[in-house]
Design a protein around this ligand. Structure first.
Ligand SMILES: N[C@@H](CCC(=O)N[C@@H](CS)C(=O)NCC(=O)O)C(=O)O
Length: 238
């Protein structure tokens, strides 16, 4: 069940010149960067569970980040991180589990052992998927990125009762992948004129169905902004 309405108000981006929010005052804060696919995972889950009033977003400019973020919030100095109950934790996959089990709202608990196994396998593979995908942006891009999307196309054939990775129901594992697929779809199409859905009908349908989910839609990045950001990260000549 998707949250009925999503408050898609985006707070202003804080950069090196910005003051910190009043830290550790009992407010739960999710620190993100709007263009970051890791952070977007947790942002989607927060929306999906209807936690917009319980988890406040703090948007950071990761390319010109405030010193207080590392010093006072999250010493690892990456996004996402979550300030909750006087502690700060990070790592998007850990945060997905943490938010799913520590906050109200629909959960993604799985009873079917085969679906549970596939969810675990796909989630574990996601770090490798991201490594291969991001390395491809600096290498022989289309040749190296293609297998990532073949992997998803094959995974989508495993349960044929619906459009999502585990079949009929949208699951956390869809969140794990969609943010990277969204950004790379925009980037690969604009920079290499490469359509990741060509010859991959299940992937095309999966993207189309996820785009109907408000909790996700409200977190999407303008493709132009993604292309600019990814170009500066992966194709900058220095
Ligand atoms: N493994 C981390 C990766 C997070 C990550 O790399 N975030 C990027 C932005 S998309 C970041 O903060 N980069 C800043 C840096 O590496 O200094 C996760 O899944 O949360």
């Amino acid at each position: 069940m998707a949250a009925a309405t999503v408050n898609d108000h985006r707070p202003a981006v804080l950069d090196a010149t910005s003051e910190p929010p009043p830290l550790f005052d009992g407010t739960t804060r999710l620190y993100i960067t709007y263009t970051c696919p890791h952070a977007q995972r947790v942002w989607i889950l927060r929306n999906y569970k209807g936690l917009q009033d319980k988890i406040k977003l703090v948007a950071i400019n990761i390319q010109n980040r405030p010193a207080w973020y590392k010093e006072k919030v999250y010493h690892v100095n990456k996004v996402p991180s979550l300030e909750h109950n006087g502690k700060v934790i990070g790592e998007s996959l850990d945060l997905l589990k943490y938010v799913d089990s520590n906050f109200d709202g629909p959960t993604f608990h799985l009873n079917d052992p085969a679906k549970k196994e596939l969810a675990e396998e796909l989630t574990t593979y996601s770090d490798t998927f991201i490594k291969i995908l991001f390395a491809s942006f600096k290498g022989d891009t289309i040749k190296e990125a293609g297998p990532c999307f073949d992997y998803l196309e094959n995974a989508l054939h495993k349960f044929n009762d619906g459009p999502f990775l585990l079949g009929h129901d949208f699951n956390m594992v869809d969140i794990v992948y969609i943010t990277f697929v969204e950004k790379s779809q925009d980037f690969l199409s604009a920079v290499w004129n490469y359509d990741i859905t060509a010859g991959r009908p299940k992937l095309a349908r999966w993207i189309e169905e996820i785009n109907k989910i408000d909790a996700y839609k409200s977190t999407k990045t303008d493709p132009k902004v993604t292309v600019e950001f990814f170009t500066s990260v992966f194709l900058a000549k220095n």
